[in-house]
Design a protein around this ligand. Sequence first.
Ligand code: ATP
Ligand code: MG
Length: 338
Amino acid sequence: MSEPLLSVADLVTEFDTQDGLVRAVDHVSFDVGHGEVVAVVGESGSGKSVTMMSLMGLLSGAGRVVHGRAVFDGRDLLDMTDDELRRIRGDELSIIFQDPLTSLNPVITVGDQIAEAVLTHRDVSRQEALDRATELLTAVGVAGAEQRVNQYPHEFSGGMRQRVMIAIAIANRPKLLIADEPTTALDVTVQAQVLELLAKTQQDLGSSTIFITHDLGVVAEMADRVVVMYAGRVVETGLVHDIFREPRHPYTRGLLASRPGLEGGDRLPAIPGQAPSLLAMPTGCTFHPRCDQSHGRAPCWETEPALRVIDENRASRCHYHEELAHDPAGESAAEGRR
Ligand SMILES: Nc1ncnc2c1ncn2[C@@H]1O[C@H](COP(=O)(O)OP(=O)(O)OP(=O)(O)O)[C@@H](O)[C@H]1O
Ligand SMILES: [Mg+2]
């Protein structure tokens, strides 16, 4: 197999907080292949965004990467200087954030903001960059782009602003596009349109994509592979089809069971309990207090399970991942409760 475009290994990121040192990302490893769409899922606070910010060199002041490698196209992102990172950010590597209003400058026209992304990385004239901006706006589905380039962000609707963000992110045809919950601020119909645009863009450019989302429905449609995170760690990875058919971690199974819009109408309750505080992590498996598969077995609270490779495409951080095989609905867990 050829080298992946991005290979993250043992990434550890910590924040100094008033209450102590918080390890938001704990030995996270995953790969993204060429042209592959990898979804990263997990509850709020599981470390998805901090992982991406660590890779991009965009951590806020109190945060730092204390360990790990992130080899992107042959070079370790974590070894790069700020200058080197700035050169590839927005060029080979782009990120789309959740909230386009805070990411766009209100006093600069949309066209100038897109053109700026081009001018920063390409040796072209201002006019060429503006032409490219119009072309990009058209490509992301903004009608009347020739006029719209001269407008300001407040003249655009939320969905249109997110299209502008996508135009900026793809302006230089990145090798890797990271989309961090790009549609959560939008209403449902607009969400669907923006997702469609992202899928089309990904196909047109052939870029690898990391797609962060809470929405497992989206995962099924867009992603090739899934990385499931819990409390700063990767707890399961696998091909989309396998993950949906046969989750091999009780947390993944819980996420799947609680997904909205499951046919049959009755939505199952969310996974009981709450994600642990990073300042007071449970012993053993960090998921054990909420787990319906553990049945109080000692290894679950005594020993932290490693992320074990199950096959070429699958790994799970559950002591009892074998019990979960052929048990996608958690029948054995229900059995155990009776
Ligand atoms: N600047 C910071 N200082 C201290 N802790 C932080 C900081 N930024 C993030 N964290 C902590 O790191 C953990 C991971 O946060 P992160 O934003 O990566 O979660 P997430 O998985 O992206 O969640 P969401 O789905 O809500 O976006 C959280 O516990 C969060 O409180
Ligand atoms: Mg986030």
